[in-house]
Design a protein around this ligand. Sequence first.
Ligand code: ATP
Ligand code: MG
Length: 477
Amino acid sequence: MSLINHVLSYIHMKRCLNDTIFNQLSEFAEEQGIRIYVIGGFVRDCLLDNPGKDIDIVVEGSGIDFARKLASRLGNIKVNYFKNFGTAMFKYKGIEFEFVGARKESYSRNSRKPIVEDGSLKDDQDRRDFTINAMALSLNKNNFGKLIDPFNGLKDLDDRIIKTPLDPDKTFSDDPLRMLRAIRFATRLNFEIEENSYKSIHNNRERLKIISNERISDELNKIILTKKPSRGIKMLESTGLLQIFFPEFQNLKGIESVDGKKHKDNFYHTLEVLDRLSVKTDDLWLRWAAILHDIGKPVTKKYDPETGWTFHGHDFVGSKMVYNIFKKLKLPLNEKMKFVQKLVLLHLRPIALVQDIVSDSAIRRMIFEAGDDIDDLMLLCEADITSKNDLKVKKYLNNFKHVREKIKEIEEKDSIRNFQPPVRGDEIIKTFQLTAGPVVGEIKDAIKEAILSGEIPNEREAAWKFMLKLGKERGLG
Ligand code: ATP
Ligand code: MG
């Protein structure tokens, strides 16, 4: 590590500990005769000159006792604690503090819950997942601000490497969630996973089966929310983890060839779409829609000597697969899922519109079906245009611009987005003295159709006239 980087690290650390709260903590620890250290993510991010708002503190002694006493000294601050884990947390001046007693851990084979004993700072650092997450800063009077870095995390930070402090097979087998964490940190920080650690993830991949799907999805979502999620997902794939928890995604991979005709690799295509979309949005669920937009392709794939490869109905089949995937991965089965289903179902619609001369009614129908999600649908579809042919991409994107203008124009004129029937069912019943029944729905549908096809404007007066005309034709009233 170069001298200049050493100096920079020193400056970053000094700056991070500048807040008076660290002096208060230090004084209090001295008074209690207890040694305390800042550890983990805060130290790492501070050295990357990006200090966070979560501070983890290791206490050589009881973390809970220390946090309670400190909280009452600082004012009447509410402390939350988990006795089982020996951790306590509170919020102070917008900062989230977590205190844990230094501990030593040992694991049994079939659980990621360790047997825990009291330990020293070093024991606590031994149980950390990566060298860059195991660094501690002393808050004690005699060596305030000293970096305690037994695994040379500072060098790994400088070399941009994710590496386990101990034997990776032990670290990953003890708590297989760490395999996903390794990939998450590598993706987020744009680091490489050290070769032995990477191989070890592959070797220990089956161990992931002892981790709950909630925790897996939690990590997966964090990977999806990084700047360039494809990098993490490629690592999940090549280590064999993806196959274990998300085989549907894995199934997109591969190219088949018949009569020398190949289809594209839908796994890499999907990743390209995801990255392109991620430049435009941080919305997790829109990113999920990108991941799943072609998920129905492997099951609908057919080869026809005349037309080549087809994936007819993959939009519909894919949208039907969303529920089971969300359910298995313990993702929410609420309006977020419905949003993803809808986007997967509609993802071919805008592209169909750019190929021909677009009629207003086709645009109106698309706005009607997408409703408020029309802008997200357009973003997804624009990202979906991946081709090696730059000219083609340019041409399509240009056509999309035209579709967007059309959408805007029609929206201003017809406001279809949140379509409400301009004539209500009870009004139809009253006008024609009907009893509730299928006829009422038919009339309502006919009015809606007339509006979407452009026969009448989306206005009450026109709709009312149209209803009377319909009634007359049907001999009602
Ligand atoms: P983030 O910015 O994502 O919060 P972080 O490093 O703070 O990053 P946390 O999950 O908050 O990550 O964990 C805090 C610290 O606890 C880590 O830096 C690491 O030292 C340790 N840690 C967390 N989870 C594990 C684990 N599964 N195994 C070993 N150490 C862990
Ligand atoms: Mg954290």
